[in-house]
Design a protein around this ligand. Structure first.
Ligand SMILES: Cc1ncc(COP(=O)(O)O)c(C=O)c1O
Length: 380
């Protein structure tokens, strides 16, 4: 049996997404910037995709910009949000994805902004009172706090954070890569200025993404070149990626509640089975707390074990189970997670992130827990 429990790293494409993209590889190959009919039909398909994405997120099409993924969208929002709005101070947390953390660190190193990192407790939670204190004393601030953490699944309350940033006139960017396609975002009402998405996190193609920037918070382009994306991103569009991400989002919204119920059942069963079978098991961050974590992520901390130390992901892989130690770039290694370090996680314990999609089953959970039990009883 082969089991894929690394859906926070990337998901399998839905066949219907692939079908929607095929005509744009085979016959609709015009350059969308060309004014002849071959170009115009592709331009029209791109704009239909933009409209679809905007409708699903309750935004305006003029607020959606297609990108090469979440990383580019985060970079654009942060670098250009800061430049365009004369921002001199940025607030984030030490457990953000590197697409945010490294971008802000580079800007701080260059002297563009002063960077403040919020404290996190051992469960990865921030204190809004600390955010408010920093906002009070620093005008011209950008706040970047993710909706859901990709490693431990903690959810931030975007309503409350957005309420505070509004009160103090700060620019609020949220990395929503792990929640677009899994949660409803009502952008006319959610107090955020910029959010981002990556299509491959919800059964769309890799190398596709988008950035939402609120109309009244316009920013400069990040990539200079042609007039594509209404002068916001130069370069011939990734047409198949755009068609695919819009289709994937449409499918995600068709039965989001149903997918959520199915995946929550898998996660709940996983937690129960682990408690039954692995004495001393613990969960990192809030991932065990179904109400306060991303339903697709479970971060498991296993008791110290000589035969698995540093080898757990490798041992699971040998058994046909694909999981991860954290973000995709650190897959294959349980060491080095900046998120777990920030939570003061005991390095004697191995951690593994299991992440789910609607293509997983309860039987796969039983298989994985059975294998974990074998790995952890060898020594006993
Ligand atoms: C929270 C978060 N932000 C950003 C990214 C980067 O997205 P992409 O792979 O589309 O560039 C990821 C991907 O792992 C992520 O989980």
């Amino acid at each position: 049996m082969k089991v894929y429990f690394d859906n926070a790293a990337t998901t399998a494409m839905d066949d219907r997404v692939i079908e929607s993209m095929l005509p744009f590889m085979r016959s609709h190959y015009g350059n969308p910037s060309s004014v002849h009919s071959h170009g115009r039909e592709v331009r029209s398909a791109i704009e239909k995709s933009r409209k679809k994405v905007a409708e699903l997120l309750n935004a305006s099409p003029s607020e959606i910009f297609f990108t090469s993924g979440g990383t580019e969208a985060d970079n654009t929002a942060l670098v250009c949000g800061i430049e365009s709005h004369g921002i001199t101070h940025a607030i984030t947390s030490p457990i953000e994805h590197h697409a945010v953390l490294h971008t802000l660190e580079v800007l701080a190193k260059k002297g563009v902004v002063k960077l403040s990192l919020l404290d996190v407790n051992d469960k990865g939670e921030i204190e809004l009172s600390q955010l408010e204190e920093l906002l009070e004393t620093n005008p011209k601030t950008l706040v970047s706090l993710m909706h859901a953490n990709n490693e431990i699944g903690n959810l931030n309350d975007l309503e409350r954070i957005g309420g505070l940033t509004k009160e103090y006139g700060a620019f609020f960017h949220s990395d929503t890569v792990q929640t677009v396609g899994h949660f409803v975002h009502d952008l006319k009402n959610l107090p955020v200025d910029a959010i981002v998405a990556g299509g491959h996190k919800f059964h769309g193609p890799k190398g596709s993404g988008f950035l939402f920037v609120r109309k009244d918070k316009k920013i400069h382009p990040f990539i200079h070149g042609g007039a594509q994306e209404r002068n916001m991103r130069g370069g011939t569009e990734n047409v198949i990626g755009i068609i695919g991400i819009a289709k994937a989002l449409e499918l995600a919204y068709e039965d989001m509640a149903g997918h959520r119920t199915q995946i929550e059942r898998i996660k709940k069963h996983f937690i129960e089975k682990l408690y039954q079978e692995i004495p001393g098991v613990e969960f990192n961050g809030l991932s065990e707390d179904l109400a306060n974590s991303l339903y697709t992520v479970l971060n498991v901390s296993l008791p110290p074990s000589d035969s698995n130390r540093g080898m757990l992901l490798f041992n699971l892989d040998l058994e046909g189970i694909s999981a991860s130690g954290g973000s995709a770039c650190s897959s294959g290694a349980t060491v080095g997670s900046h998120v777990l370090r920030a939570l003061n996680h005991n390095p004697e314990r191995d951690s593994v992130r299991f992440s789910f999609s609607r293509f997983n089953t309860v039987e796969e959970v039983d298989f994985a827990v059975g294998k974990l039990k074998e790995l952890y009883t060898v020594e006993a």
